[in-house]
Design a binder for this molecule. Structure first.
Ligand code: AMP
Length: 283
């Protein structure tokens, strides 16, 4: 595996590869890698000549400075996992490499309602930060395919919108990969590393609440089932940002279900200081 830190080095390396007719798959991450990340890499490797993984903890997407400071960093292990997982190239830029003109006057992206609902509502500015870093990575790497996890469902929608807005859709396709879970159903996440044993055991309730919605949802008003799912979390002292049932295509909230509309259940909640998210497609 080749490790590059400077955007200009990566760009010229990949330009040569592209000229040889090789195609490129990109897996962008913030490190603290787990099998979920590696499943994206595996797919990128299968479908492309060169699998690139990036590790960059992007400061502009953290609306909470404490969350940024405490974001887990396990770089030596990450390098080992990528190397053994068959990654061809690891890109590990500095903040200055990604934002050479600073982080103050970055572009604003017109991502519409996605910015103000669910994650957008509870993490103001978060998706602008996601767009800023992903746009920059796309401009440096110009991947043929970009590998994203369904775990961050709204983020996938935002990035698809970004690709459209920037005209990069001619070049780059998005591949959405399924969420990998622990044996008990907890969605794998770098932030799980911040949980102590008791918190870790409780964390599984987020996926159980979503599964409860998935298994019990019936046509008609869906308020009751949402409330029941929320109760499962309240009763275990979670601080809930949202438990929502939404249209799987638009993420608009749904109150009455006709039994046909494609739905997704989504949740975000804190266990003490750690905020976790998860989602499940319902039908
Ligand atoms: P992150 O490092 O958390 O920003 O995640 C990098 C990429 O890995 C994103 O596209 C995530 O959606 C994806 N990802 C995170 N957790 C999982 C998981 N449990 N299963 C599959 N993909 C995941």
């Amino acid at each position: 595996m080749i490790l590059l830190k400077k955007p200009e080095h990566l760009r010229s390396f990949l330009e040569k590869k592209r000229a040889e007719g090789l195609n490129i798959g990109l897996v962008p991450t913030m490190g603290a890698l787990h099998p979920g990340h590696l499943s994206l890499l595996e797919k990128a490797k299968k479908e492309n000549d060169i699998a690139v993984c990036s590790i960059f903890v992007n400061p502009t997407q953290f609306n909470d400075s404490d969350d940024f400071k405490k974001y887990p960093v396990t770089i030596e292990q990450d390098i080992y996992l990528l190397e053994t997982g068959g990654c061809d190239l690891l890109f590990m830029p500095s903040v200055n490499g990604i934002y050479p003109d600073g982080t103050e006057n970055l572009r604003h992206y017109a991502i519409g309602h996605l910015e103000t609902i669910l994650e957008g509502k509870y993490r103001p500015g978060h998706f602008q930060g996601v767009c800023q870093v992903v746009h920059r990575l796309l401009e440096i790497i110009f991947p043929d395919k970009l590998y994203l996890g369904q775990k961050d469902y709204q983020q996938c929608m935002v990035i698809k919108k970004l690709i459209e807005l920037t005209g990069l859709n001619e070049k780059t396709g998005c591949i959405i990969c399924p969420t990998l879970r622990e044996h008990d159903g907890l969605a794998m996440s770098s932030r799980n590393l911040r949980l102590n044993e008791e918190e870790r055991n409780k964390a599984v309730l987020i996926s159980r609440a979503l599964k409860f919605i998935k298994d019990n949802l019936q046509r008609g008003n869906i308020m009751q089932i949402k409330n029941d799912a929320m109760k499962m979390l309240y009763q275990n002292s979670f601080k809930i940002d949202y438990v929502e049932v939404a249209d799987a295509g638009t993420l608009q909230e749904v109150e009455n279900w006709d039994g046909k509309q494609k739905l997704i259940a989504l949740a975000a909640a804190f266990i003490n200081k750690v905020r976790l998210i998860d989602n499940m497609i319902i039908n």
